[in-house]
Design a protein. Sequence first.
Length: 58
Amino acid sequence: MNLQKIKPSTISLIVAAVMILAVGTYTDNSGFQFAGGILLTVALITAFNQARKRNISD
């Protein structure tokens, strides 16, 4: 697993998801909490898949 293969757009999705989740928790807004949780789950799965990807040239 190579964390350097994770694209910057995926990292920005993780940051946005954490911020949405934090705002939802701070304001006790369950809709924001749910949206942040779903977005964080999708972004982490995407980051994991990108990190596991192998180079064809290896």
